[in-house]
Design a protein around this ligand. Sequence first.
Ligand SMILES: C[S@@+](CC[C@H](N)C(=O)[O-])C[C@H]1O[C@@H](n2cnc3c(N)ncnc32)[C@H](O)[C@@H]1O
Length: 275
Amino acid sequence: MADSTEWHSVRRGRGGARRGKLSQPEKPRPDESVDRARDRRRITEAINELRCEDFWTEWKEIMSGCLADTVDKTVEGPDCFMECVCYGLGNFSSSVSARYQLAMLLLLLDALQIAVGRCSLYDPVFTVSECETLRELGFTVLSENEEGKRAVHHPTLFYLMHCGKALYNNLLWKNWSPQILPKVIVLGNSFLGIQERMLQRELERDYRFLSDVIDVCEETSLPCSQRFLDVFNDTAIIRFPSHKLHKLPESIWNEPSEPQYEHCQDLEIIQREPK
Ligand SMILES: C[S@@+](CC[C@H](N)C(=O)[O-])C[C@H]1O[C@@H](n2cnc3c(N)ncnc32)[C@H](O)[C@@H]1O
């Protein structure tokens, strides 16, 4: 492990709900480029470590199979490139978990032949320097807090590691149709795990889209070694196959109203400022 003491600073819980930007714009510091070079070196080290893990080989095989399946079934014509969106990565320059998750994202993009430039990232806690490092790596850094409400046009892999339930629920709401949802692939917290940890009536009341789709999504859990449990535990790839979605009653798709979360005590995501 590159920096074993940092393991203790990894936050396992889910963040509390907050509105607006969490971090104030930072003043550029003279040694920032040194920090970024250090961050990039650590990311490379993390990639090399993950490559040696048996579970990486399993991830690669599982993910390649799932994505090939999705692209074959949901894309007509030559428009078959994949996109990727990553929300909620966290501060990868200070958090070891976030750094390994970033390293895993880079490994996956390479293995799945998704160009890094087709991958957009957003986390309201990213520092100016982290945004710059991500751009140097070739990523597209989003400037708007979408709250997960991203409309999908091409098959898109959403990389949401240990993210708040509202991000998943918002993403489902925005793409709530049996034609579009099959283009959405989520790599994130197991939906079945979320269901197990919540009272059913609260899941139905607060996260209606998650609740409605749980029984018909296809979930494949992704393994990880003991050493990386904190970083990749409870992770699954979740898909929404068309033939299963069609088992839901027709009425479920009608006029889905935007989630409001007025009853949620602990929303776990940072919402955008009201205009
Ligand atoms: C529990 S932390 C997980 C961090 C990291 N992935 C990990 O596993 O340690 C949830 C992350 O979601 C981010 N987040 C909260 N609201 C968000 C939003 N609207 N869009 C994207 N990310 C958001 C938080 O800033 C935080 O970094």
